[in-house]
Design a protein around this ligand. Structure first.
Ligand code: NAP
Length: 307
């Protein structure tokens, strides 16, 4: 037998998730069973538990967790993997577990130089960042405003846009400004008159916007600076009527851009071109506390669960 975390109700995470006993999964011919050593914790997981993504009682108990790192425990004959290989699973279904079953297409060899915690926390944010940049078609000529530039997604948007030669103005709390400067971005606080602060900080007019904050302030300021077709958000679902693009991996283009980004993200993280900071680790049984932490104001970096 093995263990996994499920939500047994919708609500506050610490009161809503449980560690339960389940049979060890068995792979079909094209599948891989991975013994999870680290599972990434994402804001989406917390939104699932609180019911912000919908609260259908028929979906309970709900498996949680979209990404993990681990070791191949059992490999289907047609999977192309062998027992003992170090791998990353993304997208994963039910990664808050001792074992996760995935089709081989969702299993990626973990490159040397990329730690387990970093690998477990890289891909969901990374493919989202890559999707934003590809959808915006950001080039080295752009002056890119990144709302939430020190966040998990925003920091990868920032690092990659800078690597491509763009100028980046990034919003964050003052505590994250030195970090943004260390990446090469120009930091701006999001409290106060944000449009004026961006105009004052930008060496040239802003030409494109990446939004991971999803606030009306972020979208209103963006619309004051650039045309709506140069604004891509992953969180402002209520503002599509303004002509901005909001992406969630649901379109064929978005799915392709995310899938194609995975090898480059693994390479960049292994080589240190992307640095995944770990804000904290929790035992699997304390997933509720990890979910509560990621749902509220929290330090920069990712939370990771250890089975
Ligand atoms: N649609 C998709 O495909 C997709 C994929 C992944 C994530 N998401 C969503 O995108 C959001 C960000 O995810 P994440 O993993 O990057 O989260 P995260 O690591 O928690 O980062 C959130 C960032 O938002 C910043 N922030 C907080 N309040 C803000 C405000 N009023 N204005 C501007 N920035 C603000 C924070 O900055 P400071 O700490 O500096 O204050 C923090 O850096 C979440 O809502 C998540 O569910 C969507």
């Amino acid at each position: 037998m093995a263990h996994k975390i499920v939500a047994t109700q919708y609500g506050e995470p610490t009161a809503s998730v449980e560690l339960i006993e389940v049979p060890e999964p068995e792979p079909g011919p094209g599948d891989v069973v991975v013994r999870v050593t680290a599972a990434g914790v994402n804001p989406f997981d917390a939104k699932q538990v609180t019911g912000r993504m919908g609260a259908d009682p028929d979906k309970l108990p709900l498996s949680l967790g979209g990404e993990a790192a681990g070791v191949v425990h059992a490999a289907g004959a047609e999977s192309g993997f062998a027992v003992g290989e170090d791998v990353v699973v993304y997208p994963a279904a039910g990664a808050y577990a001792e074992y996760v079953l995935a089709p081989a297409a969702n299993v990626h060899r973990r490159p040397e130089g990329l730690g387990e915690d970093q690998a477990a926390a890289l891909l969901l944010a990374g493919v989202t960042a890559a999707d934003i940049l590809a959808t915006l078609e950001v080039t080295g000529d752009d002056v890119l405003l990144v709302h939430g530039g020190a966040g998990s997604v925003g920091s990868i948007v920032t690092a990659r846009a800078l690597a491509g030669g763009a100028t980046v103005i990034a919003t964050a709390s003052p505590a994250n400004h030195d970090y943004l400067r260390s990446l090469g971005a120009i930091p701006v606080s999001y409290d106060g008159d944000l449009a004026a602060a961006v105009r004052a900080a930008a060496p040239a007019p802003v030409t494109a916007v990446s939004d991971t904050a999803g606030t009306d302030q972020a979208i209103d300021v963006s619309l004051a600076l650039v045309r709506p077709d140069r604004i891509v958000s992953i969180a402002a679902w209520g503002r599509t009527g303004d002509g901005i693009t909001v992406i969630g991996g649901g379109t064929e283009r978005s799915r392709r851009q995310r899938r194609e980004a995975i090898p480059g993200l693994l390479d960049d993280a292994a080589a240190g071109r992307i640095v995944v900071e770990i804000a904290g680790t929790f035992p699997l049984a304390e997933a509720g506390a990890a979910l509560a932490a990621v749902a509220g104001p929290h330090p920069r970096g990712k939370y990771v669960l250890h089975p």
